[in-house]
Design a binder for this molecule. Structure first.
Ligand SMILES: Nc1ncnc2c1ncn2[C@@H]1O[C@H](COP(=O)(O)OP(=O)(O)OP(=O)(O)O)[C@@H](O)[C@H]1O
Ligand SMILES: [Mg+2]
Length: 463
């Protein structure tokens, strides 16, 4: 049931509207002055407000102004005996949806209310769609359909709009900075700055003043007062990259800011309060650093409120073709080049590669290919040597199919095939030997014997 609030100082009008609209199946509440009406608006939700313009004390325009500044969500219809165009225009400017003049025909009130409800529903729907679109657009850039990355994306959606501290971990090039940006731009802080600070890139002795700023004359060279990153990030997000490299003395200082949310500039005595969300990132194993005494345990727990671990690319292999397609499209557009076609065989080499540099390595390779092979087909010959190891192994099969007039060394060839198959089966079964054996149609003991003979070493935790 839609709810209507009537604010009018004349009791006869309040009663008339209340009776009539109730008979039309609306829930109607009435207030006799602006102040009382506003209090109701602040504590309850009304779909439509019928508001008298001329009232003693707070008049209709004052109420509209408050509704606007308090961002109260309702649709207002003015009721006025003084149908002067300027006041009506002013009311509309202040956000009123419509106005009716006294004396009114009740049916006109009914029509105006129904129209107001229909339009506000449309607006609400529109806002919801806009919000959804924004959400989709801004998490869109983290690509990947594989289970580990999908889990990360879903988790980010859940935690983005909280104020909790996030610790992003993962190997180099796995997208830690991308995650920090996605979180910030999907939070209510998105209109305030995302301020990055790379703890490894800034010399130790100036890092403190970078973080907290300094007062004029705090040290030699401090000719002016300078605001630090914490102050710059006020109301926004501070991204502390490579946090694992932070010197012990600064770890203590950072811990204090995280706990107290206040600090002093270097050389300053004034305590500065800030409202900053922290996202920290590292490719180091911080827990190990804690055990080794390199990183403060208390700081680690302060940072690790929401841990996000990014999978290395080799753990999301099924996404490699998707990422390639994404980067080919994006980079060729940016560089205004024709996108090259990636041959099947090249795609095979790229999906089998180990990718120690993760997504960044992939992105850089694609950029290089686009510059070198504009609009052309990329074949394995265009790929750097390191991508071709698997291909060499698979060549054995091609050779095996056709015997050349030079003949072959059958034993060596069979041996190579056997090695190759065993390694592949072990990789596929993540080192679980019983599984690998069944993939090869062998029993487990035979497989282990062969591995020993060939000195193939492959351990799994479960075997
Ligand atoms: N899942 C992904 N989808 C799309 N682009 C990605 C993805 N992961 C990473 N990237 C891109 O790869 C590049 C490297 O990512 P980023 O700089 O975030 O990595 P990082 O983890 O911060 O690396 P480092 O530890 O070396 O600083 C960026 O251009 C980023 O946009
Ligand atoms: Mg980074």
């Amino acid at each position: 049931m839609y709810r209507i609030l009537v604010i009018d100082d004349e009791s006869s009008i309040r009663e008339l509207l209340k009776d009539f609209l109730s008979s039309k199946d609306f829930e109607v509440v009435a207030a006799s002055n602006g102040e009382a009406g506003l209090n109701l608006l602040k504590s309850e939700k009304f779909d439509v407000l019928l508001l008298d313009l001329m009232m003693p004390g707070m008049n209709g325009l004052d109420v509209l102004r408050e509704i606007d500044s308090e961002k109260i969500d309702t649709t207002s219809i003015m009721i006025t005996a003084y149908a002067s165009v300027p006041t009506a225009v002013e009311a509309m400017k202040l956000g009123a949806f419509d106005y009716i003049t006294k004396p009114f025909v009740l049916e006109d009130v009914h029509i105006a209310v129904k129209r107001a409800i229909a339009v506000s529903r449309l607006q609400e729907e529109n806002n919801r769609l806009k919000k959804e679109l924004k959400k989709k657009f801004s998490t869109h850039k983290i690509m990947g359909n594989s289970a580990p990355i999908q889990e990360v994306i879903r988790f980010i959606e859940k935690i983005a709009d909280t104020d909790s501290t996030v610790l992003v971990t993962g190997e180099s090039g796995t997208g830690k900075e991308l995650v920090a940006k996605t979180i910030h731009y999907n939070s209510s802080r998105s209109r305030h700055p995302l301020v990055p600070l790379n703890c490894a890139a800034i010399p130790k002795d100036i890092l403190e003043s970078e973080l907290f700023g300094h007062e004029k004359g705090a040290f030699t060279g401090a000719v002016n007062t300078r605001i630090g990153r914490f102050e710059l990030a006020n109301n926004g997000t501070l991204f502390l990259d490579e946090i694992g490299e932070l010197a012990p003395s600064l770890q203590v200082k950072l811990l204090r800011v995280l706990q107290e949310k206040e600090f002093e500039r270097v050389g300053g005595i004034k305590t500065i309060k800030v409202d900053v969300r922290i996202i920290a990132a590292t490719n180091r194993d911080l827990e190990k650093a804690v055990k080794e005494g390199m990183f403060r345990e208390d700081l680690f727990y302060r940072l690790n409120v929401i841990p996000i671990h990014l999978p290395p690319l080799r753990k999301m292999r099924e996404d490699i073709p998707l990422l390639i397609e994404h980067f080919v499209a994006e980079i060729s557009k940016r560089k205004k080049k024709e996108p090259p076609e990636i041959s099947h065989e090249s795609m095979y080499c790229l999906s089998e590669y180990k990718w120690p540099g993760n997504v960044r390595e992939l992105e850089n390779l694609i950029e290089r290919l686009i510059i070198l092979k504009e609009g052309d087909k990329v074949t394995p010959d265009d790929l750097p040597e390191r991508f071709l190891e698997k291909r060499k192994a698979s060549k054995v099969f091609t050779k095996a199919q056709s015997l050349s007039s030079d003949g072959v060394d059958l034993n060596t060839m069979l041996d190579e095939i056997e090695n190759n198959m065993i390694v592949q089966a072990l990789e596929m079964s993540k080192g679980v030997k019983s599984k690998a054996a069944s993939l090869l149609g062998l029993n487990r003991t035979t497989l282990i014997e062969k591995m020993k003979k060939k000195s193939i070493d492959f351990h799994s935790k479960t075997d």
